[in-house]
Design a protein around this ligand. Structure first.
Ligand code: ZN
Ligand code: ZN
Ligand code: FE
Length: 755
């Protein structure tokens, strides 16, 4: 900062970043007062504006403390200062917000109740003792209750509640930790909780104790939380979990659980220090953790899975509901395939057949936000679903982009609204296979546009001609350009973007399915990619996918197709052959031989399916990637050895892998060893292919993306091999490697091509 002359100086300061709804103005008021400075602070659509005047040294200290002492939830992106004329003010004030037509003030995500609020919540002498909506400037709901910016109470769903004199006094007192806490409330003036059944409200106080008793007695209770309704039941009760699966129409897909506290969590899963800090972080995601042998939750919670998704209570309401030792299934309040329910009336209707009772409250949720799912991999976070607690913090983009909207793919849909250096990745929307989800998508886009005031000039979407998200983009674009981005290129661009890499990389884009530039189904792709273009340098040898979806749901069909393509006979004794009814086998053989109703696929996900069935692990899948997840769950971490792919030019042929694997099984090698060798084979193949491509291109950076890299075993093995060979390895830390991260890649590719 320049040295200011004279006895008094005045600066106009603008601060951008996440600076609203996080206690920034009281913080500014406090340091200005401490330093004896006069002036004012307020919010506008860009962030926070400040003017300070006083002794030049103090003004200078003020500016540096803005950054060094900022409140915990804030994220400062930029502080700009301009010297202006002294005005001769005597005090420091907080002034009214200035609405402005443009600008992108950032909004904080919804964050877990803070320690100070928990202390009050548990203090019988506090006026908010046991109050489920306690919050302050450091914690509580934000994104889900905010209608528009600047963030002020009338622009949130708290507008319906008038503060009582005690709450208003806190709200108006710059020294109070609830100064301008927009969701501020207490039992006298704020939202309330009640328990109801189909018949109506049960007069039972707030119903929290009654709800807990219901869950413990085996009932399914719908609980309205921060971003929508959960369906809860006792995770230790086999019959309760079975009933929930039955009602939801969910066969095997794992449920997440909420454990009352960290020590309760440790009783069912292994938790290392990095995982403990993620579990207790203010984002409070569901963390995928290794099950303890003989876990004390029902085997129906996550059948066939080595991991259990666990979260800790993140709202005051959850803290009041669960007592130490409680482990509850907490799954999204919806029927399979539908978006999460989040409005009271809607929940009463849609969840009527699913829940025995409802824990309701009257603080409206403006937009639904599902729980996030994260795992720790090699000491770092790997997002599986980026939603509550993370959205809508922007991803810092590697370059300036025009206002644009990328609409993602089909499964695990998210979108990316971007402008300048900000990529706002949406919360998780769901699988875009029905109109309900498409509607939810449209509403989420509208909400983000109204928060960040971004009017897209450019749209990006997947190359697939049949995705609803693509048709939606074409319609909404209304003639503005829509860039179609190849699926696997978008995956690689997303991992590049989050590492701010713009130079070309060797990209391994491995997933279940994505539309290729040749109209076939890709998914085992090696790309030489930058943010504009991608060259398909190598790929898994295509095999015929017979009958599409049917084969995706029945891995034994994929196994037979792989054997057929490899010229391996369908011998009795092979688990996949035994699993396929004889009549189906005959039809399948005819289909494969004549190429009837088949599409070639180079999918790595489908190779995992095939191997899972060949090893006798999973023949029928009721959720995406089930066969691969169950195969990974069996891997013997101490086993040695691998199989070798045939690398012939651009084709990666798994035939020798399949032959060796069947020979192992024939010799009685245990399945966990075979599973380990198969995983290592892929890591070794990646190392070999990357080595060849480095020789050809001179590139030394490898990007790993696509849903297959959610597999912790594979990703760790691959990273070790590549790093041993001297490669720089990019893996995901900010957005998921699965299709939930696609929109980020689409956004940077569209922006690069638009230049
Ligand atoms: Zn708090
Ligand atoms: Zn009050
Ligand atoms: Fe994908």
């Amino acid at each position: 900062m320049e040295v200011l002359a004279g006895p008094t100086a005045r600066l106009r300061i603008t601060v951008t970043g996440v600076v609203q709804g996080v206690g920034f103005r009281p913080f500014v008021h406090q340091i200005a007062t401490e330093l004896g400075l006069a002036g004012f602070v307020g919010n506008d659509a860009d962030g926070v504006f400040i003017e300070v005047e006083g002794d030049p040294g103090s003004v200078e200290r003020f500016v540096s403390r803005l950054e060094t002492d900022a409140p915990p939830l804030s994220r400062i992106e930029r502080v700009r200062t301009i010297p202006i004329d002294v005005a001769g003010e005597g005090t420091f004030r907080i002034v009214a917000s200035r609405p402005a037509p443009t600008g992108t003030a950032l909004v904080a995500p919804d964050l877990t109740v803070c320690d100070e609020c928990v202390a009050e919540l548990e203090d019988p002498a506090d006026r908010r003792f046991g109050y489920p909506f306690i919050n302050c400037t450091d914690c509580g709901p934000r994104f889900t209750i905010t209608l528009r910016t600047p963030y002020d109470r009338p622009d949130t769903t708290m507008a319906a509640f008038d503060m009582c004199p005690s709450c208003a006094a806190e709200y108006d007192d710059p020294a109070d930790r609830r100064f301008h806490a927009q969701p501020n409330a207490c039992p006298a003036c704020g939202p309330r909780v009640w328990l109801e059944t189909i018949v109506g409200e049960i007069p039972h106080g707030d119903g929290i104790d009654a709800a807990r008793t219901l869950v413990r007695s085996g009932a399914v209770v719908a609980i309205k939380g921060l971003g929508g309704f959960h369906l809860a039941c006792d995770a230790r009760s086999r019959s309760a979990v079975a009933a929930l699966r039955e009602r939801k129409g969910r066969v095997d897909k794992p449920f997440a659980v909420m454990a009352a506290d960290l020590s309760t969590a440790r009783s069912i899963v292994f938790v290392d220090p990095a995982e403990a800090s993620l579990l207790t972080s203010r984002e409070r995601p569901i963390v995928l953790l290794r099950k303890r042998p003989g876990v004390h939750v029902s085997d129906l919670v996550a059948p066939g899975n080595g991991y259990l998704g666990v979260m800790l209570p993140y709202t005051p309401l959850h803290r009041l509901l669960l007592e130490p030792g409680d482990v509850w299934v907490m799954t999204s309040g919806n029927r399979s395939q539908e978006p999460i329910a989040y409005r009271n009336d809607e929940a009463r209707e849609r969840l009527a057949d699913l829940a025995d009772a409802f824990v309701m409250h009257d603080r409206d949720i403006h937009v639904p936000v599902d729980d996030s799912v994260v795992r720790i991999l090699d000491g770092a976070e790997l997002p599986i679903r980026r939603s509550r607690g993370y959205a809508p913090y922007p991803i810092a983009l590697p370059m300036d982009v025009p206002p644009l909207l990328a609409t993602g793919g089909e499964l695990k849909a998210t979108f990316c609204l971007a402008a300048g250096r900000h990529g706002f990745m949406s919360q998780h929307i769901g699988d875009m296979e029905n109109l309900e989800t498409l509607d939810a998508f449209g509403r989420a886009v509208e909400h983000m546009r109204s928060l960040f005031r971004i009017e897209p000039d450019l749209y990006a979407t997947d190359l697939h001609p049949g995705y609803l998200s693509g048709a939606w983009a074409e319609r909404v674009a209304g003639g503005r350009p829509v860039v179609r981005v190849q699926h696997h290129h978008a995956h690689i661009a997303s991992v590049m973007a989050e590492h701010r890499v713009t130079e070309p990389v060797i990209g391994f884009s491995f997933d279940g399915t994505g539309y290729g530039t040749d109209g076939t189904i890709w998914g085992g792709e090696v790309l030489i990619a930058d943010l504009a273009e991608a060259e398909r340098a190598a790929h898994l040898r295509p095999v015929p996918l017979a009958g599409g979806d049917r084969t995706v749901r029945r891995p034994y069909r994929m196994a037979l197709a792989h054997l057929w393509a490899a010229g391996i006979a369908w011998e009795p004794g092979i688990a996949a052959v035994e699993a396929c009814p004889a009549a189906e086998r005959r039809v399948l053989r005819t289909q494969l031989e004549r190429g009837l109703n088949t599409v070639p696929t180079s999918s790595m996900g489908r190779l995992f399916d095939a191997v899972s069935s060949l090893a006798g692990v999973c023949h029928q899948a009721t959720y995406e990637a089930q066969a691969a997840i169950e195969l990974e769950a069996l891997v013997d971490g101490h086993a040695r050895g691998s199989y070798r792919f045939d690398l012939d030019g651009a084709t990666i042929d798994p035939a020798p892998v399949l032959r060796a694997l069947l020979a192992d099984l024939d010799d009685g090698v245990p399945v966990p060893v075979v599973a380990s060798r198969f995983h290592r084979s892929i890591a070794e193949m990646i190392g070999d292919v990357a080595g060849d491509l480095r020789t050809r291109t001179g590139l030394g950076t490898v990007g790993l993306s696509g849903g297959v890299f959610q597999n912790a075993t594979l990703t760790t093995m691959t990273r070790r091999r590549l790093e041993r060979d001297g490669f720089t390895v990019l893996t995901h830390r900010l957005v998921p490697p699965n299709d939930g991260g696609l929109a980020l890649g689409q956004a940077v590719i569209a922006a690069t091509r638009a230049r």
